[in-house]
Design a protein around this ligand. Sequence first.
Ligand SMILES: [Zn+2]
Length: 224
Amino acid sequence: MIEVQDQRLRETICEVGRRMYLRNLVAATDGNISVRLGPGRFLCTPSGVSKGWMRPERLVVADAAGALVSGEGRVTSEIHTHLAVYEERPDVNAVVHAHPPKAVGFSLAGRSMTDLVLPELVMSLGGIPSAPYATPGAIEGNRVVRALIRRCDAVLLDRHGAITAGVDLLDAYHKMEKIEHAAESLLTACLLGGPRTLEADEVRRLRAARDAYGYSGLAWIPDD
Ligand SMILES: [Zn+2]
């Protein structure tokens, strides 16, 4: 029996998956989404299903070890990376993983997305650090994410994709959109001669503004 609250979450996961697919943040059956239901219970997307065509009843519930608790499908193969985020961040209630192509392009080229160039991105996420390469779906994937996700809400995965964390699902999803949008602007700047980084004084003002506006989560803004 699916409770009303659970049903609403399931519908939101399907809607977020549809948006990810339509915005080209994933292709085919790529990507995965999870939401913390409570202690040791995580609602997540099943393995091998297009995020653009999910149905609420097809989602699965996993425990803190990544084992299937309920549902008919298999738990997403990248659940261990999601679980690592939840373990490190008690404030996080949703995790989104996608393969945003322009952001992945930066990682393929060995280019960083940590330069602070877009003021509104600085306030919301800061820079986007990259986790070292790990085989997608392999257990070491959670190790490479842990150290970074303790300090920020959005991490690029080398040659793979990105993972975002949020206080709720829309928060985590919007961060994924921001990564790809920033990558598109950065790429355009690279084509036009390279982006200009913000001055240290302005970064200080943006950090203060972030605190004043009460942004949730953690932003990757290096201390000066
Ligand atoms: Zn992936």
